[in-house]
Write a protein that binds this ligand. Structure first.
Ligand code: MN
Length: 245
């Protein structure tokens, strides 16, 4: 009997040590539109995780049940958050919102933070983490930062602007102590005032927040998965250590 128990225990330890981290990827599954997030899926796999696409959730209970089954959460890119969520009116017609995705994203972020799951935010994901925890956004960079344009027209595999990283920040450490990185850029909104507990740790040269960090939270305004999908692995540690460990 003792031998059997020992064997079972050994098997359990072995299977636990072989288990790969499962990483949930937020998405919108919209009829008539491909809601799949292939670039994120590829990045998680390359980083040694098991990707799973999460559909929109409608309430706290559902969010919690889904999140119990993942080791980490990636909040992905997408449309703008309703400015009412941070106490502002819509600035102009450039702001395009999606109420059900807002609800779902805020539920996922708030529950993941409560549960202590690591959260990686990318683009809208970074903005969502900030809004969910009480921060505000710039609604339209070209209006609020005249002369500034963060919407590149070349593919995501090409870098178009630099980001200056705070010395000693987690992102800088993940990227080998880099103080300046070259990134892609597909956003017209950005973090304005960081939420309590969050810190901006990277800025574009024109002063736009491009990285945000907090306890078990790492967020970037650019798309590291766009480079990784193209075979450029400089940003792989963002997924390897930032998201899934
Ligand atoms: Mn940018």
């Amino acid at each position: 009997m003792k031998t059997i128990l020992k064997l079972l225990l050994a098997a359990a330890v072995l299977s636990a040590s072989c288990r790969l981290p499962v990483v949930g990827i937020s998405s919108e599954v919209t009829p008539g539109k491909d809601g799949a997030k292939l670039t994120y899926v590829t990045a998680v796999r390359k980083a040694g995780g098991v990707p799973v696409i999460l559909p929109r959730v409608g309430n706290e209970k559902e969010a919690r049940q889904l999140l119990r089954r993942v080791d980490a959460l990636i909040m992905t890119g997408g449309p703008d958050f309703d400015p009412a969520l941070y106490g502002e009116e819509i600035l102009n017609e450039s702001v395009g919102i999606n109420a059900s995705r807002d609800t779902s994203d805020l539920l996922l972020i708030r529950e993941a933070v409560k549960m202590g799951k690591p959260v990686l935010g990318i683009c809208r994901g970074m903005q969502g983490i900030n809004v969910a925890l009480g921060g505000t956004l710039y609604q339209d960079i070209p209006t609020q930062f005249p002369g500034s344009n963060h919407r590149q027209t070349v593919p995501a595999s090409k870098a178009t602007h630099r980001v200056i990283l705070e010395k000693g920040s987690r992102l800088s450490a993940l990227l080998g102590g880099a103080d300046t990185i070259r990134v892609n850029s597909f956003h017209h909104q950005a973090v304005k005032d960081p939420a309590p507990g969050l810190k901006i740790t990277g800025w574009s040269e024109d002063g736009i927040p491009e990285a945000l960090e907090g306890k078990k939270i790492l967020a970037v305004q650019f798309h590291p998965e766009g480079f990784i999908f193209d075979g450029q692995d400089f940003f792989l540690p963002v997924f390897k250590k930032g998201a899934i460990r």
